[in-house]
Design a protein around this ligand. Structure first.
Ligand code: DUC
Ligand code: ZN
Ligand code: ZN
Ligand code: ZN
Length: 459
């Protein structure tokens, strides 16, 4: 026997919250009801909330980018995930220049498998629309990599031109995959960066002015138009959407039958770009950048209207030293590696600033952070607590307040961008396939105990 019984908790199901017991057998949810059977372990969850483990559909562990490799590898990064109640991450295979994406897949599995403490799945970045990249789409799908990220920014690094975008989207759709898109007009970002630097405007806040809202909105419009020409078989997923206008563009296409979806990150729902002006402004440099209060309000309202499908963190962590390029002072904004931590704070930020303030319901919180990414990325046994699903579970004490400090978080850095925030909703216990893997901040799982979960395309 390998049974766990969670008694008296408030269980968040797709149909709403129920106060019931949850019985887990061999890693799966077995029953929900008033249960008096014996179990190997019983957890009393009176007064607690029980959610499906979060699925963070957007992380970059051990990620080579802007001449640095992120400080969180798959060990630190998945510890951070479990600390935040994320039981599955979906990370990005990032082929190096000229590398066959199939070789990069093998490399990513070798990096991740021995280190992960949560489960994980993979997307693949396609950095070219050439034959090698396109020919890799089908074999990658056969290996469970069913989503592919294309970039409209970062010239000479990741950017694809419109022709390559068209070819790649078409090939991905032909095999039933998902196109994830980084929508920013890279050419204009480069132009504006040159202009700002020429004027001596080098401080972190100019990162925002180098890539204003319209840079994203233009790219969202363009990619939606290009994808729509290919047809309604395309599944298009705009990652890290930072403007409500981009959500509205996709919604209009959805109304016409297109499968276009938006992801946003809790970061964009929390701070405006004034964070770039503080002493530690460089820590907040990510792309797209933090926006204005109007965008924050607009994104919350679209979440409340179920127009944002997924909450991913874009967890992409650099140490202070890396952010400063190992100098005593902050380098010009365009030299600071882009990326911020996030996977460990998705749940508390959504819980405190969304649910507790009445902006979103608990069902909406669970949908965007677990059920919807499971559906989109083909993680068939995850994202739900109904019988038969993996027993990936988060237990939170809704009354317990935490003051955020990097010391309580698990990333391999000595700061948090949310330092000092008072938040509710950090998990007390995280359970992965029926096993306690985190309790009161302590990780109980060992490196390599997480598993690769292949995505499956729905027929
Ligand atoms: N944006 C970031 O901030 N980091 C990683 C890549 C990206 O698109
Ligand atoms: Zn093909
Ligand atoms: Zn991106
Ligand atoms: Zn990203």
């Amino acid at each position: 026997m390998n049974d766990l019984l969670i008694k008296n908790g408030n269980i968040c199901l797709p149909s709403g919250m129920v106060k019931k017991d949850l019985y887990i057998r061999d890693g799966k949810v077995s029953k929900i009801g008033d249960i008096n059977e014996k179990a190997d372990e019983v957890i009393d969850a009176s007064g607690k909330l029980i959610l499906p483990g979060l699925i963070d559909g957007h992380t970059h562990m051990d990620f080579p980018f802007m001449s640095e490799v992120t400080a969180d590898d798959f060990y630190y990064g998945t510890m951070a995930a479990l600390g935040g109640g994320v039981t599955t991450i979906v990370d990005f295979i990032t082929p190096s220049k000229g590398e066959n994406p199939l070789d990069a897949y093998e490399r990513w599995r070798k990096k991740a498998d021995p280190k992960v403490v949560s489960d994980y799945s993979l997307h693949c970045i396609l950095r070219s629309g050439d034959k090698t990249s396109l020919d890799a789409v089908k074999p990658l799908i056969d290996r469970g990599v069913i989503s592919f990220k294309l970039f409209m920014a970062y010239k000479n690094e990741l950017l694809l031109d419109d022709e390559s975008l068209y070819d790649a989207i078409k090939e991905i759709a032909r095999h039933g995959g998902v196109t994830a898109i980084h929508a920013e007009n890279g050419a204009i970002v480069d132009k504006r960066t040159e202009e700002l630097l020429a004027d001596g405007k080098i401080d972190p806040v100019y990162h925002y002015f180098s890539r204003p809202e319209i840079v994203e909105i233009e790219a969202a419009n363009r990619i939606a138009a290009i994808a729509s020409m290919i047809g309604r078989d395309v599944t298009l997923y705009m990652v890290h959407t930072s403007t409500y206008e981009s959500v509205d563009i996709f919604r209009e296409y959805r109304k016409k039958g297109y499968k276009f979806y938006n992801e946003t990150t809790p970061n964009y729902l929390t701070y405006d770009y004034s964070v770039l002006e503080g002493e530690y402004g460089y820590r907040y440099i990510m792309s797209p950048p933090f926006r204005t209060q109007a965008e924050i309000d607009g994104l919350w309202s679209r979440l409340a209207m179920d127009e944002i499908y997924v909450m991913g963190s874009d967890h992409c962590v650099y140490s202070d030293e890396q952010k400063k390029r190992y100098m005593d002072k902050v380098p010009p904004f365009n030299e600071v590696p882009n990326g911020t931590p996030g996977t460990e704070t998705i749940l508390p930020l959504l819980f405190t600033n969304g649910y507790m303030k009445g902006k979103i319901s608990m069902e909406q919180l669970v949908s965007v952070s677990s059920t919807n990414p499971a559906k989109l990325f083909g993680l068939k046994n995850k994202g739900n607590l109904l019988p038969g699903y993996d027993a990936d579970i988060v237990i939170i004490d809704p009354k317990k307040e935490f003051t955020v400090s990097y010391k309580m978080l698990h990333s391999n850095i000595k700061y948090s961008i949310f330092e000092g925030e008072k938040l509710y909703g950090f998990p007390e216990i995280t359970i992965l396939k029926g096993k306690k893997v985190m309790e009161n901040g302590r990780i109980l799982a060992s490196a390599g105990s997480g598993k690769y979960v292949p995505g499956e395309i729905s027929k």
